[in-house]
Design a protein around this ligand. Structure first.
Ligand code: AMP
Ligand code: MG
Length: 418
């Protein structure tokens, strides 16, 4: 079963809007999109990285039974007090997976190991390091807190409790939790298939002969790698020159193979900007002039129902726009929440006088003192800066006069899932 198609006006901005603030553009994108991928059942151990299609409840409590948290000796707290304690040991022991079948009489103790179900008559455990024993008796100092070194049934999760909402993306710890709760299979969204297409007459793939007027296609390997990191099925749609018919054909091809498409280059309103020209013919094109550096413009449209993100050609701008807009949009298309990166406030190791009216992202990394230093150039063709950086410094929309030591927001690449 497939969810309904996206609405043709899903990228529309309110009338009269010119330079769109980043937050408005994000809200617009978030609200215009919804899940487009189908739902499948998967064994939990194959579900890492997938998005849950329905809420999940615990089939069993964790822990299912009260048990010992340590290796030691178990007894009833009621028979102990303060000062030196001595209890005779019952024959046998309680171990994880091998419960003690009898009960432990009041005033006696039993050898018990970590994870063992508390036998009848035992509610408290003393650590083996805190006792002396001759094999027949155990002696220790009281008082002990009732219930010491034990785990209650369901103290972590109670059977029937909902542990995840629909839309949650499963990580490795989640597989531990689901497994512990007896959930072996889950309903998840099929992964999103996203195509990557480079455009421009000047491009050749790295490794191919390049004439003096040509440059190597840097965006495609970068974007494909980003998608793979995000658990998206990355579809290499290759490269087309500045040729409208060839581009239209490639878009059709992508429509058959992908749920969404990233193009780079040709997204502005110039003579050779065939991506935006062609997308305009669909009637769904919104050329977003986002108040953002680096980045504008971002062309968004539906090509026969397939969302197309027309990224700027500059690799730095393509990278930033993909992180800010495409990544969270893909999450929504896959049935997850819009995901904002987790940033950190750190002291600046740079100075910059920033104009109001647009948000800026600077290529940055942390120095040995944990201060954010920025790349020497803000030129959006300076690919080496992307590589030099380990994250971005985000400077808010208003004016900002940053001095060394001032707090700035640092977004590590890792916070974008890279
Ligand atoms: P455009 O958006 O097509 O005007 O391109 C802006 C700049 O980005 C131009 O200098 C292009 O040559 C460059 N560019 C476009 N696509 C790529 C690409 N895939 N790899 C590297 N540079 C590119
Ligand atoms: Mg171009």
């Amino acid at each position: 079963m497939r969810p309904p198609p996206l609405r043709n006006d899903c990228f529309a901005l309110p009338a009269g809007v010119d330079w769109t603030p980043v937050d408005d553009a994000m809200a617009q994108l978030r609200d215009g999109l919804h899940a487009v991928t189908g739902v499948i059942r998967l064994p939990v151990d194959e579900a890492a990285g997938r998005v849950l299609a329905e809420p999940v409840a615990a089939l069993r409590s964790n822990p299912p039974m009260p048990n010992s948290a340590v290796d030691g000796y178990g007894f009833a707290h009621a028979a102990t007090g303060s000062g030196p304690q001595q209890l005779p040991l019952v024959e046998g022991r309680a171990a994880a997976g091998v419960p003690f079948e009898g009960g432990v009489p009041l005033g006696q103790a039993i050898r018990i190991l970590t994870g063992a179900i508390l036998p009848e008559g035992v509610d408290t455990v003393v650590l083996e390091e805190d006792v002396t024993t001759d094999g027949a008796n155990v002696a220790f100092h009281g008082p002990l807190r009732a219930g010491s070194n034990t785990r209650k049934a369901g103290e972590d999760v109670v059977a029937g409790a909902q542990v995840f909402d629909a839309g949650h993306r499963l990580g490795a710890p989640d597989l531990a939790l689901l497994s512990a709760l007896g959930v072996a299979e889950v309903s998840v969204r099929e992964p999103l298939r996203v195509g990557v297409l480079s455009t421009g007459d000047e491009l050749v793939a790295a490794g191919q002969p390049a004439g003096p007027g040509q440059i190597f296609d840097a965006n495609r390997p970068m974007l494909l790698a980003m998608l793979r990191r995000w658990g998206v099925v990355a579809v290499d749609m290759g490269h087309v020159g500045d040729d409208r018919a060839a581009l239209a054909e490639r878009l059709d091809d992508a429509r058959d193979r992908c749920d969404a498409l990233l193009t780079s280059g040709g997204a502005s309103a110039g003579d050779e900007d065939h991506v935006s020209a062609l997308l305009a013919e669909t009637g769904s094109l919104r050329n977003w002039r986002i108040a953002l550096k680096p980045g504008r413009p971002l062309a968004l449209a539906l090509w026969q129902g397939m969302p197309v993100f027309g990224l700027p050609g500059n690799p730095v701008a393509a990278f930033v726009c993909t992180l800010l807009f495409a990544r969270p949009a893909f999450a929504v298309l896959e049935g997850a929440e819009w995901s904002a990166p987790q940033g950190f406030t750190v002291p600046a190791a740079f100075k910059k006088n920033k104009k109001p009216g647009r948000r800026e992202y600077l290529r940055a990394r942390l120095d040995a003192e944990g201060r954010a230093e920025v790349f020497v150039s803000e030129g959006s063709g300076r690919i080496s800066g992307l590589s030099w950086a380990t994250g971005l410094v985000e400077l808010e929309d208003g004016a900002r006069d940053v001095r060394p030591g001032d707090p700035v927001r640092f977004l590590p690449y890792a916070s974008f899932g890279l």
